[in-house]
Design a protein around this ligand. Sequence first.
Ligand SMILES: Cc1cc2nc3c(=O)[nH]c(=O)nc-3n(C[C@H](O)[C@H](O)[C@H](O)COP(=O)(O)OP(=O)(O)OC[C@H]3O[C@@H](n4cnc5c(N)ncnc54)[C@H](O)[C@@H]3O)c2cc1C
Length: 376
Amino acid sequence: MDRANVVIIGGGVVGCAIAHALSSQIEDVFVLEALPRLGMLTSSRNSGVIHSGIYYPPGSLKAHHCVHGNRLIYEFCAANRVPHKNIGKIVVAASTAEETDLIALMENGRANGVEGLRIIDRAAIRAREPHIEGHCALEVPSAGILSSEDLVKTFARVAVDRGAHILTTAKVEHLENLSDGIRVTSTAGEIETRCLVNSAGLFADEIASMLGSNMARHKIYPVRGEYCELVRAKQDWVKGLVYPLTHAPGLSLGVHLTKTLWGNVLVGPTARYIDDKNDYENDREPVANFAASAKHLLPAIEPADFVPAYAGIRPKLIPPDSAAVESNGKGIADFVIERDPEFPCVVQLIGIESPGLTSAPSIAEHIATLVGEILD
Ligand SMILES: Cc1cc2nc3c(=O)[nH]c(=O)nc-3n(C[C@H](O)[C@H](O)[C@H](O)COP(=O)(O)OP(=O)(O)OC[C@H]3O[C@@H](n4cnc5c(N)ncnc54)[C@H](O)[C@@H]3O)c2cc1C
């Protein structure tokens, strides 16, 4: 039987970033990914936005990892030729009444350490985005876009170059606690490890429960986010990243407009609780709903200008009842990242929803510290 120092369950962007960070210091690091390719789930079904960190409560893990991850992502992408662009974004206030909330958002971002934030007026919005309607906007220069599939592949490639072992079609089915580690049984075989990292995304709560851990109480509620695209003739109507001002940023940042690296414009994602973590397509939102949401920003757009695109599923920790959302203030649950109190050689990552793509390299640094403590 193989023996590992670290086994990481999940070959999404977070698992691969962790393998990348660990492989520079530790030998015998393994990633076990259930699917035939890396990053096939949430890590390639997102907006591909490098977030800045303006929305999250100061002091939260989301705020820290997003702001720090933003800097690390630009450095990593530049050093490893991952396609990306620092195009900035605007958050648009529709009326004078919304200006106070926009200023509060700017102050929240500044408290998190986001640099370069400023309010611009309608004329400046128009100079930047001629088709966008708004009273004023928050300009966020550190936001950008990247190819999330290339990011996953590049973290993995560098990790493998440094000696990490990445196995696909290796679905973890059984975990057994040993006196000096964990025995992991997957569809690719059995391996004993001194340290286990649960980075299984939407299924992280199920992995915690497979271990018999009380951390499975952090139940994941899948929330689907669907996208449309603007038809080719209207792609030039949006130049960059354009977001509405959301008043209760809980489930999502509101349906927004994302110019991708390939020049198309994504509209979305929507946010709806679903029952099945694998259900990307049933009962899709009508195109007319996307048109209605986007019209606030792009008044001249019509339903015929939209075509349905892909969907992704967020691993939310907040259950689908409004009382729980309200009791949590703005409905923002933080990432859960910690050594399991009952199984100290296990690090659990649960609820790694947005901004998980941006945060991945910063989360990986954090995990490297925790793994270092375990292996010491
Ligand atoms: C609609 C949407 C838009 C988003 N937009 C952005 C954005 O613009 N910017 C941003 O920063 N973040 C964004 N996010 C969040 C970001 O995509 C996620 O936080 C990130 O991809 C999570 O990565 P992960 O590696 O934790 O999870 P995943 O990508 O889900 O990877 C987990 C992996 O674990 C594997 N796995 C599960 N169970 C097992 C098992 N038993 N054995 C082995 N392997 C297993 C899965 O197959 C999967 O590949 C968005 C998310 C969504 C849904």
